[in-house]
Every structure is written in C-alpha cells, then in structure tokens.
Write a protein that binds this ligand. Structure first.
Ligand SMILES: *[C@@H]1O[C@H](CO)[C@@H](O)[C@H](O)[C@H]1NC(C)=O
Ligand SMILES: *[C@@H]1O[C@H](CO)[C@@H](O)[C@H](O)[C@H]1NC(C)=O
Ligand SMILES: *[C@@H]1O[C@H](CO)[C@@H](O)[C@H](O)[C@H]1NC(C)=O
Ligand SMILES: *[C@@H]1O[C@H](CO)[C@@H](O)[C@H](O)[C@H]1NC(C)=O
Length: 373
C-alpha cells in the first residue's frame, strides 16, 4: 500500500509556479492525529494510502498531485521550545522523518516562531542548571543544553537535511523567477521572510529572552527598518513586474485567539506593517501562530492576510464565539481543521487554495490579482 501513497509521475503544468505554505507546529503529533481521523472517518480519497508512514502535509500533497517547488514553514518549527543543539534529535523526529514523501524533497524555507526561541521552556531545566540560561556565544554552548533559534540556521543543521533553510533575527528577500505570463511579461515572486518574534512586546521579560540570540540580543527597530528597505528595493527593482509576499510567524490580522483577547492582542504589535504592506503593493501577508486557517480581506485594505498555522495541532471551536457580523465583513475563510495552503502563481494571478483534512479538493480557493493600485 505504501508505495501507492504518492504519484511520482506528476504532470507539471509548465506555465504554473507552485509552492506550499504549512504551519508544521508539533509535526510529530500530527501523524497520530491524522491517522486517527482517517481511520475513524474511513474516508480515503483517490488512491490507496499507507497512512502509517506519512504526515498530514505529505499525505495531502500526494493526493493533490501537485508537487511544490518549495515549502514555507510559518514558524514554531520545533516544539515545545526549539532545538538545543545542531544535533538535537527533534530535527529528524519532527521534520526529516515526517515530511518524507517524494513530492516534498524540495527546499523548506522556515521563519522562527516564539517556540523556536524557547517559549514553553521547562523552567526547572533552568533552575537546576541543566540548560544554560544566558550564554553569550555559540562557543559557550558546546556539549551543553542550550536552547536557541540559532541551531536552526547553522550549516551543521542544514547538512543533516539539505532541504532545511531557515532565517532568524532579520528579514531575507528571496526572489523566484516566474514563467512568462500570457502577456509575455517576465515576472518574479519576491518573498520576504521576516523574524517577527522580537517585535512582540509581551515577550520582553520571559525567561527565554536571555537565551542565546533571545530578545536581549535582538534589535526590533532594525528588523522594522530592514523590512521597509527590502520592500522598497523589491518594489523599485521589480519595475512593476514583481509579486511581493511577506512571511512571518505572528499575525497582522487574525480572528484567532492571539488577536481577539483584550489582554494580549499581538496584532497590535504587528499593526505597523499594514501601511508598509499597502504602500509597497504586497499581495499577501502570510503567518502561523494561530493554529487554524484564515483568509482575511477587508474592503478598506487591498492586502490579503493568510493565516496558515494548522499543519498539526489545531484549536477546535476557535471561531465559535465570533460575532457573525464582524466575521462577514472581511473573513473570507475560517477553518479550525488541520490543513495547509497551496499557492499557484501564473502571470498576473495567484491562486490560493486552502486544503483541509476533511475534504479531498480545496476547501476554499481565492484568486488574487497582482496588485496595481
Ligand atoms: C537557502 O536559500 C538560499 C536562496 O534563497 C540559498 O542561497 C542558500 O544557499 C540556501 N541555503 C541552504 C543551506 O540551502
Ligand atoms: C523574458 O526572459 C527571457 C529569458 O531571460 C528573455 O529571453 C525574454 O526576452 C524576456 N522577455 C521580456 C518581454 O523581457
Ligand atoms: C525608497 O527608496 C528610495 C530610493 O532609494 C528613497 O528615496 C525613498 O525614500 C524610499 N522610500 C521609503 C518609503 O522607504
Ligand atoms: C520597465 O517597464 C517598462 C514598461 O512597463 C519598460 O518600458 C521599461 O523598459 C522597463 N525598464 C526596465 C529597466 O526593465
């Protein structure tokens, strides 16, 4: 059965450039969750599936017959508190061995989430001295438990699985050339990968702020300035032909719990982004953090806000208390089911498909035209 889980003879449409966005939070657990769902519902779509050895995203990619050019991970890549060395076994257990399908042997571009910085660290490990609390350099960490996002960007980690390609502590623009559109114009897709963890004010006094490359060594103003500079460069340098997306862990717009609680509204810390995204014609902002899927598009804001944080753990009932009137204003799609987002770019249009585990085809699709306002 296992060998039929994936089609390997995918017929790629030459004119389309595809990629996938996934929240891989708690990846190891997703296998069990999804196996359970599949058995319970007895819904197996299209092909015979050996569910015992594949993860949520891997499985759906196989079913969808759409191998991506690359995958984006929206942060909180390793639970509960990131990696503690470049040899940390979690890298194999919740990445390499989980996303093993043939369609997934492509670059994985990851940003950092709060858990990658050490959020949810067991404070006993710190008080007992089991893990280092405030190392000043990677050299001090040799052979010790030393939780840090740093391990995710080291060449030693990428050497263990060459797909892995993460960024930390700043903004990195990656430019992907696109196939010429119907109008014969050459376009590119510029994706700005941004570390949003240092921008969230309430994290300032957490124990993990003094971990290696934690808050105490981060410069939030520099990250904000770098975002503006790189957006400006992409906008000016693309001569009107480049698409722009920004990817970060924390939401700018969300109906999930991180932005609906009065005492900790993380969208407030990210609100500075909205005028920048609009000014530099960003098609969509993409994030994780909330363990659900959303597409928000307000009539008064040309930017689409894509939440894709449901690759593993979800929060059933996340949107139950939401005022239907509020929701109807600008929430085009909300789902508390596991899933991922597939994006297909072709010329001046971008199709954004939301996949969930309860449906074989996309649960929702939105076509976004290249911004020209
Ligand atoms: C990560 O991706 C960039 C392209 O955006 C590439 O230049 C770099 O070599 C990649 N790093 C690894 C470790 O694959
Ligand atoms: C698009 O790029 C191709 C390959 O680089 C080039 O040959 C062609 O002239 C370009 N077309 C336009 C309209 O710039
Ligand atoms: C964009 O870049 C140009 C030229 O480098 C500069 O004059 C302008 O002030 C920048 N705009 C913003 C909003 O950063
Ligand atoms: C920019 O685009 C315009 C048309 O949209 C074209 O006339 C001009 O040559 C382009 N400039 C560059 C540097 O590609």
């Amino acid at each position: 059965m296992g060998t039929q889980a994936f089609r390997t003879d995918f017929a790629l449409d030459e004119e389309e450039d595809r990629f996938f966005i996934s929240g891989v939070e708690k990846a190891e657990r997703s296998r069990h969750t999804y196996e359970h769902q599949a058995r319970k519902k007895k819904v197996i779509v299209g092909v015979a599936i050996g569910v015992g050895s594949v993860a949520l995203v891997a499985l759906i990619l196989g079913l969808a017959c759409m191998p991506p050019q690359f995958v984006i991970s929206t942060g909180d890549n390793f639970y509960p508190s990131g990696l503690n060395s470049a040899e940390d076994p979690q890298f194999s257990v919740s990445f390499s061995r989980v996303y093993s399908g043939p369609g997934l042997q492509v670059p994985w571009y990851a940003v950092m989430g709060n858990h990658d910085y050490g959020d949810n660290v067991d404070v006993n490990l710190l008080s007992e001295g089991t893990c280092l609390q405030a190392p000043a350099s990677p050299a001090e960490c040799a052979g010790k438990c030393c939780i840090s996002p740093w391990w995710q960007i080291t060449p030693e980690l990428a050497a263990r699985d060459t797909r892995w390609n993460a960024t930390m502590g700043g903004v990195v623009t990656r430019r992907f050339p696109l196939q010429a559109g119907e109008d014969g114009r050459n376009r590119s897709l510029d994706i700005l990968f941004m570390d949003t963890v240092p921008l969230i004010y309430q994290y300032q006094d957490r124990p993990w702020s003094s971990f290696l490359y934690g808050f105490k060594s981060q410069d939030a103003d520099a990250i904000r300035a770098s975002l503006q500079r790189q957006l400006n460069e992409s906008y000016a340098g693309g001569n009107g032909s480049s698409w722009r997306l920004v990817v970060g862990h924390h939401p700018v717009r969300s109906y999930g719990r991180h932005c609906t609680q009065p005492d900790s509204n993380e969208c407030e810390d990210m609100a500075f982004m909205r005028p920048l995204l609009q000014r530099f014609r960003v098609a969509a902002y993409v994030n994780g953090h909330d363990h659900d899927q959303q597409l928000i598009k307000s009539p008064s804001d040309p930017v689409h806000y894509i939440v894709s944080g449901a690759g593993s753990d979800t929060r059933p009932g996340e949107f139950d208390g939401l005022d239907p009137e509020l929701r109807s204003q600008d929430a085009l799609f909300l789902s508390d089911t596991q899933g991922f987002v597939a994006v297909v770019v072709s010329g001046n249009s971008m199709r954004v498909h939301y996949y969930t585990t309860d449906m074989s085809g996309p649960a929702y699709t939105r076509v976004i035209m290249q911004p020209s306002w």
